[in-house]
Design a protein around this ligand. Sequence first.
Ligand SMILES: [Zn+2]
Length: 80
Amino acid sequence: MKLTPDMLRQMVRMAVRTRPDEIDCQECFEELDRFAELHLAGKSPEEALPLVQDHLKRCSDCRDEFEALLDALRATSAAA
Ligand SMILES: [Zn+2]
């Protein structure tokens, strides 16, 4: 079996993470607007996107980003 660059990258990512199912800030940010929309819709974003929820619990940077996004979305829907 030959290791491809993709597989190597995958292995490095697994090694860097403390848990294999953790996401990083970039991945969190990519899902953040969906997470915020679910939150505002009164659905359960922590069930639909548990990894984002998990990341927000541990990362204050992304939590700030999330709060700012919520404020922006609220302002938008209030104006509409
Ligand atoms: Zn983060």
